[in-house]
Design a protein around this ligand. Structure first.
Ligand SMILES: [Zn+2]
Ligand SMILES: [Zn+2]
Ligand SMILES: [Zn+2]
Ligand SMILES: [Zn+2]
Ligand SMILES: [Zn+2]
Ligand SMILES: [Zn+2]
Ligand SMILES: [Zn+2]
Length: 464
């Protein structure tokens, strides 16, 4: 192989020492452009200046550079580095030996023996032949078939003998060539249809489904004589039909402990009418007691413990008419306490008057009722009592005034000794509290309603 001078002039380098001694300069002489030796080398070597002064093709270095044999001898004897010095070749010798060295230099590129058209430095040839040469011979590790390098690359990803994971993510590795059979027949994730309900499940959950499938026929858990039913209908069967299911007596809540097959219940009810009735009576008594204690609890919760009762008396005219027709008709207020643990009081009114106020006045009274805490209280009762009848505003602007009467109990009065459990006495109060005439003259009655306040005060100071 003949190298062009451009390669040499471009790439030759000389050890410093020698070039100084010989004072040789090969650079001014340049070769005309010649075709690149090959693809690989062209990139580094084709950048030589394109023109030559002589424009003559150069084939032998000696012909052009130094026609003079003496000079040639000197030049050819000069010490140079290998043209692959920069790539790492350490060779250095006389210029005339360079050509021979390049035939063995491991950094020099030579054509691939597989004729893949690559130029490869000798030092990289074995790697090229083993791994990258497109015409190398290579064996597939799975099917052991021999391919060219390119053929193997195309074969990779398609080899039927390569184990790969199932695409349905069942976790199994299967040869690629058997994957379609695996997915159709063995794969745990393949879809299978339940023979009973016709829904589809993955093969590994089908058996679990079979134990809950609503369409699977099962025996009645009570083992009655009915033929197997779809699982989904068993609940309704037990609830509505099953003759063997044990059911409690209808009077269970009343206390009957009987439990038996559903078809026996009727005869139980027939033969136990009397005892069921007696159970119901007992339950009714118990419930009455409960109602009573609830009533007491409610009354306690709604009891007024403030010592002041504002008594709203409605339907004035009809109640007055009734009082006029029934002599001695007394209206009593809800009981109230003077304080949380104090005296229990009750007010009463005679709308048509009582005693000296009869038929002309509204009479008001207060009496002490037997209370919860009487045993702990001081007797006789000595709180001052004030009755106030309020005027009502005509325009909604609030109460305007009223009539008030007060008294402080005298310790000697019977009415205020500790009351017996069955009080019957009239209370103490004002038979002529307010006259009927006054009731109509001033705005005490509005919307057929009056407001009467009764206030008990421990201070004994009479205050309105
Ligand atoms: Zn070399
Ligand atoms: Zn190759
Ligand atoms: Zn293969
Ligand atoms: Zn699978
Ligand atoms: Zn099913
Ligand atoms: Zn049954
Ligand atoms: Zn019963």
């Amino acid at each position: 192989m003949v190298r062009s001078l451009s390669h040499w002039t471009k790439t030759l380098s000389f050890p410093n020492r020698h070039s100084k001694e010989c004072n040789v300069n090969v650079h001014p002489i340049q070769a005309p452009p010649t075709p690149a030796r090959n693809k690989t080398s062209s990139s580094s070597r084709s950048s030589s200046p394109p023109s030559s002064p002589s424009n003559v093709p150069i084939t032998e270095i000696s012909q052009i550079i130094y026609p003079d044999p003496d000079s040639e001898k000197v030049i050819m004897g000069s010490l140079v580095f290998c043209i692959h010095h920069k790539e790492g070749c350490k060779w250095s010798d006389e210029l005339r030996k360079l050509k021979a060295h390049l035939n063995t230099c491991k950094f020099d590129a030579i054509p691939c023996p597989n004729q893949c058209n690559s130029q490869i430095p000798r030092v990289m040839m074995s790697d090229h032949l083993a791994f990258t040469c497109t015409l190398r011979r290579a064996v597939c590790e799975f099917c052991n078939v021999e391919f060219s390098g390119q053929g193997l690359e195309e074969h990779q990803g398609f080899c039927n003998q390569e184990p790969i994971y199932c695409e349905s993510k069942c976790g199994t590795r299967v040869l690629r060539g058997r994957m379609s059979i695996h997915r159709a027949k063995d794969c745990l994730k393949r879809l299978k249809r339940c023979n009973h309900c016709q829904r589809e499940f993955s093969a590994d959950t089908l058996s679990l489904h079979a134990s809950t499938c609503h369409k699977v026929l099962v025996q009645c858990p009570q083992k009655c004589d009915v033929s197997p039913l779809p699982r989904g209908e068993i609940d309704a069967h037990l609830r509505d039909e099953c003759k063997a299911l044990l059911v409690p007596c209808t009077f269970r809540d009343a206390g009957c402990r009987y439990k038996g097959p559903r078809n026996m219940l009727e005869s139980h009810l027939e033969s136990n009418t009397a005892s069921h009735l007696s159970l119901m009576c007992q339950m009714s008594v118990k419930q009455n007691q409960q109602i009573l204690s609830l009533k007491n609890a409610v009354a306690k919760l709604s009891t007024n413990y403030t010592g002041t009762l504002l008594w709203k008396i409605t339907d004035w005219s009809s109640k007055l008419a009734e009082a006029k027709s029934k002599e001695g008709l007394e209206l009593v207020s809800p009981p109230f306490y003077t304080s949380q643990y104090g005296y229990k009081l009750q007010a009463s009114v005679f709308l048509n008057g009582n005693g000296p106020g009869e038929k002309s006045h509204l009479s008001v009274y207060i009496k002490v009722l037997p209370g919860e805490y009487d045993a702990l209280l001081k007797w006789p009762f000595s709180h001052s009592i004030t009755f106030t009848l309020f005027e009502q505003s005509s325009n909604g602007g609030g109460a305007q005034g009223g009539i008030a009467e007060s008294f402080v109990p005298d310790p000697s009065w019977d009415n205020f000794q500790r009351p017996s459990t069955e009080p019957d006495s009239l209370g103490f109060g004002f038979p002529r509290f307010v006259s009927h005439e006054m009731l109509t003259r001033r705005p005490f009655i509005k919307d057929d309603t009056i407001f009467l306040r009764i206030k008990a005060d421990a201070s004994k100071v009479v205050a309105v």
